[in-house]
Ligand binder design. Structure first.
Ligand code: 5AD
Ligand code: SF4
Length: 483
């Protein structure tokens, strides 16, 4: 059902429906009445802001939060000096947690300036009891806290904090509901993330995600395809299929479907010109998936394949279920089958027990695969995970090894970037360049950034670009016109 139909089907004068999305649409109607009344008093619309930390999944969740707030009658803004702010948190590494505390500290003076302002926090970090406790004690101005499983109940919680409840804290430890019809406000008109699954069952020993996002649940392929078709009709040309481990998509559906089959179907939706996905796990990257990418020119030439470590001993302790040789064989195979695809990766340095010799193994993989780009992280202890109970590596040693790795990663990324010198590709234009006037910034299918002459009218369109001038990890190019 459409938003309008759902809104029309609830009666704000009557009792709230028992459950599900209709109940939430009922509270959206109630909030619409509330914000309209406030607008009359204030002489302006109520304002709201969503602050997002973390990964693409969180970015997509924030589009859902914005959708709800807009439909409730708030005018959305980018800055935090608004009537209502919500922080959508990440907790994958400790610096994400610290980032939130920093922002809350800064926000405090805005509340002192205007006591009618309200703040909320949701997302992964709120699934951790210690973090919630700290916020209750040290940041008591926060009115609303909820987690990852009950995001779709946000309208009801909003209603409650605006109708007498000083604090609402609603934390669930699981949910089987996949709310399909909640409102969404996309940040970009031409591209969109699409959740294909939620949660993760892999339990890599360093990772908090399975504890804060719960067990794997796949959406029905029909629902996903309907969403892609709707987006395409709405002008979206690039989609990114999102999941913590997309290769295990569909295994637990009543009629199992593989990720390769889903990707193939999404690539066939007319007017979708680019399909990305994030993130696959090397342990079950299938031959079928390679074949589907190879066959579909609109499947992005970019495969993000998290390595984490190149040492068999560390990989085992990480519970990754592949060896260095297996990873190398997969990477070689992908390079042979899809030679124009960029291979990027995630690497953790300083996992418990890791020695300089283990890092040498990782560096060896980086050189052999010659990654086009790599996100490198210093291991961060997450309480409740198995790795938190292992013998930790001293900070200085982690830093030393990190620097060595970073140098190698930059070397291979530079080398790979230079290989494209002089070639011509379509780029999807994403924004005006804020450094060079009269230039725009686009992205190639392989995820590389290129700057070229152009203006804002090109945003969301494809241009052919010749890669003239390599600047390390990106290019300045000639704009050869619309593609
Ligand atoms: N410490 C450091 N990096 C981590 N990642 C996940 N958990 C941790 C942790 N505890 C990294 C992994 C993953 C990426 C999203 O974040 O490399 O692929
Ligand atoms: Fe974390 Fe591993 Fe799941 Fe990725 S696959 S979210 S690293 S547990």
């Amino acid at each position: 059902m459409t938003e309008e139909a759902l809104l029309a089907s609830v009666d704000p004068a009557g009792p709230a429906p028992e459950d599900g999305e209709l109940r939430q649409y009922y509270f959206i109607r109630k909030m619409q009445e509330f914000t309209q009344n406030r607008e009359r008093v204030l002489g302006r619309k109520m304002t709201a802001c969503v602050v997002t930390f973390g990964c693409q999944m969180n970015a997509r969740d924030s589009e859902k939060l914005s959708g709800i707030l807009s439909l409730c009658g708030f005018a959305m803004q980018d800055k935090e000096d608004v009537d209502f702010v919500i922080y959508n948190t990440c907790t994958v590494r400790d610096n994400a947690d610290q980032h939130l505390y920093g922002r809350l500290g800064q926000y405090h003076h805005l509340i002192r300036e205007d006591r009618s302002r309200k703040a909320a926090i949701c997302g992964c970090m709120m699934q951790e009891k210690t973090a919630v406790e700290k916020i209750r004690q040290s940041y008591s101005f926060v009115s609303l806290i909820f987690g990852t499983y009950n995001l779709y109940c946000f309208p009801e919680y909003l209603y409650r904090i605006y109708h007498g409840e000083k604090h609402v804290i609603e934390l669930w430890d699981r949910s089987d509901t996949i709310a399909e019809d909640m409102p969404v406000r996309r940040k970009f008109p031409w591209k969109s993330g699409i959740n294909i699954m939620f949660g993760c069952d892999n339990f890599c020993s360093y990772c908090i995600v399975p504890y804060v996002r719960g067990r794997e649940k796949s959406r029905d392929p029909e629902d996903i395809l309907r969403e892609v078709e709707r987006l395409a009709a709405d002008g979206v040309v690039e989609v990114m299929l999102l999941g913590q481990n997309v290769n295990s998509y569909g295994k637990n559906l009543d009629t199992p479907v593989s990720f390769a089959q889903l990707l193939d179907a999404v690539c066939k939706v007319p007017s979708i010109r680019r399909v990305r996905f994030m993130t696959p796990h090397p342990k079950d990257f299938s031959e079928d998936l390679i074949e589907v990418i190879r066959r579909n020119p609109n499947a992005a030439r970019h495969i993000h394949l998290p390595l984490q470590s190149g040492s068999d001993r560390i990989l085992r302790a990480m519970n990754r279920h592949y060896t260095k040789e297996q990873f190398l064989a997969l990477a070689r195979h992908i390079r042979e089958e899809i030679p124009d695809a960029a291979l990027t990766t995630d690497i953790i340095v300083g996992f418990p027990g890791e020695t300089a010799a283990d890092v040498d193994e990782t560096i060896d993989v980086v050189r052999k695969v010659s990654f086009d780009n790599a996100y490198t992280f210093i291991y961060s202890m997450r309480s409740g995970t198995p790795a938190a109970r292992m013998e930790q590596v001293p900070e200085e040693e982690k830093k030393r090894n990190f620097e060595r790795l970073l140098q190698t990663v930059q070397e291979t990324a530079r080398k790979q970037t230079l290989l494209l010198q002089g070639k011509t590709y379509p780029a999807l234009i994403e924004e005006e360049n804020d450094q060079v006037k009269g230039f725009v910034t686009g992205r190639l299918s392989n995820n590389m950034i290129v700057h070229m002459p152009g203006d804002a009218s090109l945003i969301g369109k494809f241009c052919m670009v010749r890669l003239d001038d390599c600047r390390g990890f990106y290019y300045f190019g000639s704009n050869l016109g619309l593609a």
